[in-house]
Write a protein that binds this ligand. Structure first.
Ligand code: ADP
Ligand code: SF4
Ligand code: MG
Length: 287
């Protein structure tokens, strides 16, 4: 049976970058991987396919023609199978519809039976509180949920909201949480913040990934770091993350902070950040 993983997180936080590097690293380990982009942006798999986007399931459906598996599943780097759910036309319709429709269609067309992937990664936009986006958590789509978060407070708010969603469906067969993927970790204090957030919410950290120019340079060539700079330290970190995710059987219900508590928590860290900046002499006076 496939290991079905959903990766959530705030827009722009690095879900697709992390997902595609994970997919590439897992395929290097000899596994059959399928990556399903569940963000209306539909660019989840671009770096597995030379920077070009594939037609989304919703776009293909809208074209009205008879759909073959080859119209929705495309092969990318090292045989990674790529799917983009797609979204509504800008400004109209339901943003969550793409995910629902895509998953239904993939099941209907027996895509999972045909390709028998060892790992399926759902790359899901997670700062939208919306029925559609919770589909991968509900209904036995994924069993394990990860979130990509940085030490940025908005990213942490989004992660905390995801924890609330997981807790809500946990008693009805929903997916459980397996860890935070801490992205853009360059300074010690950023790790301290995310470690403390994990402690407060009774969650675990699956890995730390720094912000790296190798990611940017690879992306400019439409590639993952695994493909473009396989010898780099960043590539090794993604491979390490891939191995630990593969070995991670942890599944639990997180303990999200209530809004007021989260606010107090964020304020106390912002005070620490301000003091640190003052000590470095970057600010002359504080408010
Ligand atoms: P999301 O899928 O969450 O919306 P993306 O994966 O598209 O976010 O990332 C947004 C931008 O941030 C991209 O340009 C990507 O290259 C950059 N990025 C993400 N993670 C890193 C990292 N660890 N180092 C450098 N750039 C990163
Ligand atoms: Fe669509 Fe429901 Fe999400 Fe609204 S809340 S965008 S109707 S899935
Ligand atoms: Mg994305």
């Amino acid at each position: 049976k496939a290991r079905n993983i959903a990766i959530y997180g705030k827009g722009g936080i690095g879900k697709s970058t992390t997902s595609s590097n994970l997919s590439a690293a897992l395929s290097d380990l000899g596994l059959k991987v399928m990556q399903i982009g569940c963000d209306p942006k539909s660019d989840s798999t671009n770096n597995l396919r030379g920077g070009k986007s594939i037609p989304s399931v919703l776009d293909t459906l809208r074209s009205g023609k008879r759909i073959e598996i080859s119209d929705i599943v495309y092969e990318g780097f090292n045989g990674v199978l790529c799917v983009e759910a797609g979204g509504p036309e800008p400004g109209v319709g339901c943003a969550g519809r793409g995910i629902i429709t895509a998953i239904e269609l993939l099941r209907q067309k027996n895509v999972f039976k045909e390709f028998k992937p060892d790992v399926v990664i759902y790359d899901v936009l997670g700062d939208v509180v919306c029925g559609g986006f919770s589909i991968p958590i509900r209904e036995g789509v994924a069993e394990q949920v990860y979130t990509v978060a940085s030490s940025d407070f908005m990213a942490i708010y989004a992660a905390n909201n995801l924890f609330k969603g997981i807790r809500k469906y946990a008693n009805n067969g929903g997916a459980l949480f397996s860890g935070i993927i801490a992205n853009s970790m360059n300074q010690p204090i950023q790790k301290e913040i995310i470690n403390d957030f994990a402690l407060q919410t009774k969650t675990t950290i699956a890995g730390f990934i720094p912000r790296s120019l190798d990611v940017t340079r690879s992306e400019l060539r439409g590639q993952t770091v695994i493909e473009h700079a396989p010898e780099s330290e960043q590539a090794e970190l993604y491979r390490e993350l891939a191995r630990s995710i593969l070995n991670n059987d942890k599944k639990y219900v997180p303990a999200p902070l209530e809004s007021e508590k989260l606010k107090i928590w964020a304020e106390s860290w912002s005070d620490i950040l301000l003091r640190e900046r003052e000590q470095k002499g970057q600010v002359k006076h504080s408010i």
